[in-house]
Design a protein around this ligand. Structure first.
Ligand code: MN3
Length: 251
């Protein structure tokens, strides 16, 4: 349901600027006109009539991921934190539009960095929500099909992937993300760390699955125990969704 509306070339190119280097899609995948993004325009809440992003609702109830992710954290995370990135992105884009009108370049650097930060925050959180589902009802377990085969090919086994993914997420310095991503040039899966919302991503990669390891993602329930939160996250990964994204962009 989240990937039925394609990004056209123009909006895809617009979205690409959010992560600066094309992290949203494989660059050579536009040749046949087919969209190749991790998330759809609808999932990202893009409103072409207003030229602004909106915050789509959480794709499940706030308590749907209990007991692994608690209801209060999910509510605050989505309705407050994620909403803030959407507001920040729209504000930065509007400020840049004003700058083009006035010709005042004094704050171009400031607002351009804000686009990267808040734009990445919006995309990252959208992927984060879509990458989870209630444990035992779409969440947890292991991937199947082509994604499972690619994980075995590129990491050796699912267990080896899971170990590296969790180790990367646990050891992010400060606030950031752990990512499973597709590197479209060598055509392989890789695990990356992200710092803040936008730093350390590798140019051109397409993020498939991300775990938010900012303290706001886990502190109410897990306090300083990030490792416990990361382990809990593995129980709610929506491998069906991640596999669908991989089917579109990874093969
Ligand atoms: Mn967050």
């Amino acid at each position: 349901m989240h990937n039925t509306t394609p990004l056209d070339r123009r909006s895809a190119l617009g979205a690409m600027t959010l992560l600066g280097t094309g992290a949203l899609f494989a660059s050579d995948a536009m040749a046949d006109g087919q969209p190749e993004a991790s998330v759809s325009r609808i999932a990202l809440g893009w409103d072409a009539t207003t030229g602004a992003y909106t915050l789509p609702p959480l794709p499940y109830a706030y308590d749907a991921l209990e007991p692994f992710l608690d209801e209060r954290t999910m509510y605050i995370h989505h309705d407050k934190h994620h909403a803030g990135y959407v507001r920040g992105l729209n504000a930065a884009l509007a400020a840049l539009a004003d700058a083009r009108t006035t010709g005042d370049s004094s704050l171009i650097q400031h607002w351009t960095k804000k686009v990267s930060f808040h734009g990445s925050g919006h995309v990252n959180h959208t992927l984060f929500w879509l990458g989870m589902a209630p444990a035992g009802d779409g969440g947890g377990g292991e991937p199947t099909g082509p994604l499972a085969e690619a994980i075995i090919r590129d990491f050796g086994s699912f267990e080896a992937f899971s170990w590296q993914f969790q180790a990367a997420a646990k050891s992010v310095e400060g606030s950031g993300w752990g990512w499973l991503a597709f590197e479209p040039i060598a055509q392989q899966l890789i695990v990356l760390q992200g710092e803040n919302q936008q730093k350390l991503m590798m140019t051109g990669v397409v993020p498939l699955l991300g775990i938010d390891v900012w303290e706001h993602a886990y502190y109410l329930k897990y306090q300083n125990r990030r490792a416990d939160y990361v382990a809990a996250f593995m129980h709610v990964i929506n491998w069906g969704h991640v596999g669908q994204v991989f089917d579109r962009i990874g093969r």
